[in-house]
Design a protein. Structure first.
Length: 468
């Protein structure tokens, strides 16, 4: 991590931002490179420190950077991805943050909690790591927990909270105060320098003061997990899969709130249209605003080492979703992104409304419904939305994940009517994806990550002033 930071932060305003002299920045002056369907918060103005352009009246604070020393003596790992925010006592919140560090990527060894050449990895008890390289040293993926005081604007502490996993991409928060972190990989000892199979979901309580026991929730399936959300009324967990031929899943726990106790994994099918493709890639299946009714197919052999769960599900009639990524529970419904969906493959947003009898035999009489809510027809309006959150006002917050030298990644807002507007633009060197957007419990602050080299920001401003 530090080797890359030397080159990225060596000159100009970017270097200033990482000296601690520019921890709180108000954006000013910028050119337009995007298209809004509604006014939103107005035009973006340029950040003098070259990191994040925001509308007038908004500002950001840098909370954490890859390579810093944490309270446990380990290094803040790189590759910041999905993130949850949880209330603690008083004015403090916990940000539980994923690090998408891949076991089979040799460079990622240096970006993990042990730092360059894993020099500090001895501080990590190996028995607390889910898996190790074949040389016995823990894999670099996992989660960190950052404690932030909303009243003082200070980071209280940071520590490693899950260790030894691989490619922790997104995940989701639970109603009982934990973070579900998802491995977006199907690595095995035969395909990578690892000793166990990967492709699982792990649970991290937000209140954990140190490393949690790394227990894979195997009944939730082994596949390229991206994100999850939980219906607080039923305890059913909904899961996305980041594959162009991926499926959309739900997990019905044997005991709501106790995911390690097992349950049933199912995949969504379109009623009356087995094997349907929701992608609109080759043939138009549906239009924006259209609804279809859902059926759910029981999945078998969900831990298969063959990595063929989605193919078996599709053969049994499950619908295809083009790179299902961010997912978030709203008001008795959920929204999810399909990052490469649509005819121009620049993304869709789908909405699912569960049956009043979701997960029971009675749901067949009144099935859940799936809608095409948004579909990009112009990359300047929406360009490959990945992580997703819902703001206190009910608007969606979308993190773009398009790697390009010329097309910047943005934070986009979406109104309840499906109209898109721009909230922020990543102008930092490298143009990495924005990820992990999530609001504080009081709605005052939007936390977001820049994946590479690893930066967590807190954005504040007049959130109630949106014009839709």
């Amino acid at each position: 991590m530090r080797l890359d930071r030397r080159s990225l932060f060596s000159t100009g305003a970017a270097a200033l931002a990482f000296t601690g002299l520019a921890k709180s920045v108000v954006a000013q002056g910028a050119s337009e490179t995007y298209v809004n369907e509604v006014e939103g918060y107005g035009p973006l103005v340029s950040d003098p420190n070259g990191m994040l352009d925001l509308p007038q009246g908004f500002s950001y604070r840098i909370l954490s950077q890859g390579g810093e020393t944490m309270s446990d003596g380990l290094v803040v790992p790189g590759q910041f991805d999905g993130m949850g925010c949880f209330p603690l006592e008083g004015t403090r919140v916990a940000l539980v943050r994923n690090h998408e560090l891949r076991g089979r990527n040799a460079n990622h060894r240096n970006w993990g909690p042990g730092g360059q050449d894993q020099a500090l990895i001895g501080r990590l008890p190996v028995e607390k790591a889910y898996d190790t390289y074949k040389d016995g040293r823990p894999l670099p993926g996992g989660t960190t927990t950052l404690i932030y005081d909303m009243a003082t604007g200070e980071v209280v502490s940071q520590h490693l909270s899950l260790a030894g996993t691989s490619t922790n991409c997104c995940g989701g928060h639970t109603p009982w105060g934990s973070w579900l972190t998802c491995e977006e990989t199907e690595e095995t000892p035969d395909t990578a320098d690892v000793t166990k199979e990967h492709g699982y979901v792990f649970e991290v309580p937000a209140s954990a003061a140190g490393l949690v026991d790394p227990v894979p929730l195997k009944a939730m399936g082994r596949f390229d997990h991206e994100a999850v959300c939980v219906d607080p009324g039923t305890g059913i967990v909904y899961l996305t899969e980041d594959k162009v031929d991926g499926l959309f899943y739900r997990f019905i726990p044997n005991t709501p709130g106790q995911l390690a106790a097992g349950g049933r994994l199912q995949a969504l099918a379109v009623k009356g249209q087995p094997g349907a493709s929701t992608t609109n890639h080759d043939d138009r299946f549906w239009n924006v605003g259209d609804w279809v009714e859902a059926e759910w197919i029981d999945m078998e052999d969900v831990e298969s080492p063959a990595g063929d769960l989605r193919r078996r599900g599709h053969a049994a009639g499950a619908a295809l979703v083009a790179r299902g990524e961010g997912i978030f529970w709203g008001a008795n419904e959920l929204y999810m992104t399909a990052t490469s969906g649509g005819p121009i493959q620049r993304g869709q947003v789908l909405r699912y409304v569960p049956s009043p009898a979701e997960g029971t035999p009675q749901e067949a009489a009144q099935p859940g419904r799936l809608q095409l809510f948004v579909e990009s027809t112009n990359e300047k309006t929406l360009n490959m939305a990945d992580n997703l959150a819902i703001a206190p006002n009910g608007h969606l917050i979308l993190c773009e994940d398009n790697y390009s030298d010329t097309t910047r990644n943005h934070l986009k807002g979406v109104t309840p009517d499906g109209k898109v507007y721009t909230i922020a633009r990543n102008v930092f060197r490298g143009n990495a994806e924005l990820a992990g957007a999530v609001f504080s419990p009081d709605g005052s602050t939007l936390f977001v990550n820049i994946m590479f080299p690893g930066i967590t920001l807190a954005i504040t401003g007049p959130w109630d002033s949106v014009r839709a």
